[in-house]
Design a protein around this ligand. Structure first.
Ligand code: 1GP
Length: 219
């Protein structure tokens, strides 16, 4: 995952070449707080260097751009803020009608990780306690029953602790749709644990921002 607010356009070519040589299968682009138009310019540059699919992970409507291939249409189903459950989605429709993005309805579930995250601050919602596994599972299942095509378990960018293997395996056992896991994954063993527990896709952002050589370990 690349956060347009933390990535300089000049650094894209070198970084994307490392991504191409790694096991990465998709490039996610997005962030909780991003200046207008940065996403569009960044994706244009990324596309010059890779054929991997570019998937928008937007914190806001301004980040929607037809330069990407797909959009995670995120509904924050762990929270109870109507704006992030359906409001922003309604507001984005005219923009979505103008372009050919593949829109993927995604149940986005924020799980408490030991410190407050940007998602929590921006959306003014509380994460679900990591100890309340039954509630996390039921939230994910409710998302599936509502017709969502993906569930994303999020500990939050830069999380102290990633989503635990127990949470991932409990959710995966009940789901018939793919499961994405992200937030706070900084080591190969955390990455392997997430996949072994049942994640279909694991998202990494901060670890690459802090140390690009981590990407070189993922060949
Ligand atoms: C954030 O899940 C992603 O939305 C990635 O988190 O930046 O902690 O890797 P990190």
């Amino acid at each position: 995952m690349i956060d347009p607010d933390k990535t300089s356009i000049n650094a894209v070519s070198v970084f994307i070449k490392k991504i191409n040589q790694s096991i990465a299968t998709h490039v996610f682009v997005g962030g909780s707080i991003v200046d207008d138009n940065k996403t569009d310019a960044l994706i244009r540059e990324i596309k010059r260097f890779t054929k991997l699919p570019i998937v928008l992970f937007p914190g806001d409507i301004t980040q929607i751009t037809n330069k990407a291939d797909a959009l995670l249409f995120l509904s924050l189903i762990s929270g109870r803020n109507p704006e992030y459950l359906i409001g922003k989605h309604v507001d984005s429709v005219s923009k979505l009608k103008e372009n050919n993005l593949e829109v993927i309805p995604t149940g986005y579930i924020l799980i408490e990780n030991g410190k407050q995250t940007a998602v929590e601050m921006v959306t003014q919602t509380k994460p679900i306690s990591r100890n309340n596994i039954e509630y996390i599972v039921n939230t994910a299942k409710a998302g599936e029953l509502l017709g969502m095509k993906l569930i994303y378990l999020e500990a939050g960018s830069g999380a102290k602790e990633p989503v635990t293997p127990e949470i991932i395996s409990s959710v995966k056992r009940e789901l018939n749709i793919p499961l994405i896991v992200g937030g706070g994954i900084r080591t190969i063993s955390q990455l392997e644990n997430a996949y072994k527990s049942g994640a279909d896709l694991v998202v990494i952002g901060t670890a690459f921002e802090e140390d690009e050589s981590f990407l070189e370990q993922l060949k």
